[in-house]
Design a protein around this ligand. Structure first.
Ligand code: HSE
Length: 405
């Protein structure tokens, strides 16, 4: 029997217990041994819940129990998760976590401890919820030089953007509705400001490119400024607006960026809607691959965590993660990154278009009857720096969204 402990009985923690209870026979068969939850660490008590008999409030009980071989960390945040996980690995216990903040910030160090101890630090659930992406990058795609990862990595913002597109509503109204339905957190900043997607693309890029990508250096823009009018224009261009997290090799350099982007139906991420996530990967010998599925939520996330528990159980004394080096991957200044740009401008179309074309050259432009007092255009390809320089020459620019088509 392999004894495990679960740190945190919140949404994901209770999901982990549910998955292990629901599929215990097949999970044990795949692990080659019986997996038993011996402890669940939580500050709260759960009277009347069968979990109560496993609840402990003191981490020392778990860390000092030599029977515990695997610890599941699903508390979130870095404090106390970081010290708990570090101590677990140092004492020879493998750790499986869904905690993207922990992995983005301390992953290099924790992977190194696991390697030294010949145990495992696994984090499939930290990116893309239930979608397998860490394991493919760590094993199936190791023959490739990966040169691009672009993902819809946040379920909440994808739900909000999809709902804005289907209902024609404004951001604030959809966010309120999503909070009432429990899809969005009461404090939605990490999701809507793009910070959650930023941590996830930092982890995926570190793994794909082999050197440490510091999430604090990734240019990150959320979806709070996207309006119903932007979505109307996007539809007029046959496009949708998605929060994309991208990292890409350009020549000898790399850039990483999180921002809303207009994409059209030629892009495989175009029809990824609602809370679904998808990750597009391009490799130099593979070509294109895309991973799609349930990117958030209790059971999909727990499914990935328990998959890691099975892997850790099968490799109790063998380190299986390739991981990445602590050497920092230097990111290009995003000012040098090329895109096309969708721009909304106030005033008369006939009067202002000549000024726009004088500055930007030929553009693709539209006036919509349902959006008064303005028009919009899409520029040709140019760097961010060139765009900023040209846009500064025009008055009454009301918004800009990057375009990839
Ligand atoms: N808040 C995250 C999301 C949860 O909406 O995708 C999964 O990491």
């Amino acid at each position: 029997m392999i004894q495990i402990a679960v740190l945190g009985y919140g949404t994901v923690g209770s999901g982990v217990v549910e998955v292990i209870n629901t599929n215990h026979a097949s999970i044990n068969k795949k692990a080659g041994d019986e997996i038993n939850i011996k402890y669940v660490l939580d500050l709260r008590d759960f009277p009347g819940d069968p979990i109560q008999e496993k609840i402990v409030h003191d981490y020392e009980v778990i860390i000092n129990d030599p029977e515990i071989k695997i610890i599941v960390e699903v508390m979130g945040g870095t404090n106390p998760a970081y010290s708990f996980v570090k101590r677990a690995l140092e004492s020879g216990k493998s750790v499986c976590t869904s905690n993207k903040e922990l992995v983005a910030k301390h992953g290099v160090e924790l992977l190194a401890i696991a390697r030294e101890k010949n145990i495992n630090f696994l984090f499939e659930a930290s990116c893309g919820g239930g979608i397998p992406i860490i394991r493919p990058l760590n094993s199936s795609l190791t023959a490739d030089e990966i040169d691009e990862i672009t993902g819809i990595l946040n379920g909440t913002t994808n739900y909000i953007l999809s709902k804005m597109a289907s209902d024609g509503s404004e951001f604030e109204d959809v966010l309120k509705d999503a909070q009432e339905k429990g899809y969005a957190e009461r404090n939605p900043a990490a999701d809507v400001e793009g910070w959650d997607a930023c941590r996830k693309i930092a982890i995926l890029s570190s793994l794909a490119f082999g050197n440490h990508v510091d999430f604090e250096e990734i240019y990150t823009e959320g979806i709070t400024k996207i309006t119903a009018a932007d979505i109307k224009y996007a539809k007029a261009w046959g496009a949708s607006i998605k929060l994309l997290a991208t990292s890409r090799k350009v020549g000898d350099g790399f850039y990483a960026m999180v921002s809303p982007v207009m994409i059209n139906s030629n892009n495989p991420l175009y029809s990824v809607n609602d809370v679904f996530n998808a990750i597009f990967v391009h490799g130099n010998v593979l070509g294109d691959a895309m991973f799609y599925g349930s990117g958030a939520g209790k059971l999909p996330t727990a499914s990935a965590v328990v998959g890691d528990v099975v892997d850790a159980a099968k490799h109790l004394d063998t380190n299986v993660m390739v991981g990445w080096s602590s050497k920092k991957l230097e990111l290009m200044d995003v000012k040098n990154v090329e895109n096309r740009f969708f721009v909304r401008m106030g005033g008369s179309y006939t009067e202002n278009l000549p000024k726009v074309e004088e500055v930007f050259g030929q553009v693709d432009s539209k006036v919509l009857a349902e959006v008064n007092g303005e028009f919009a255009f899409i520029t040709g390809k140019m760097t961010e720096a060139e765009y900023q320089e040209k846009a500064a020459k025009l008055d009454d620019i009301r918004g800009m969204i990057r375009v990839r088509f």
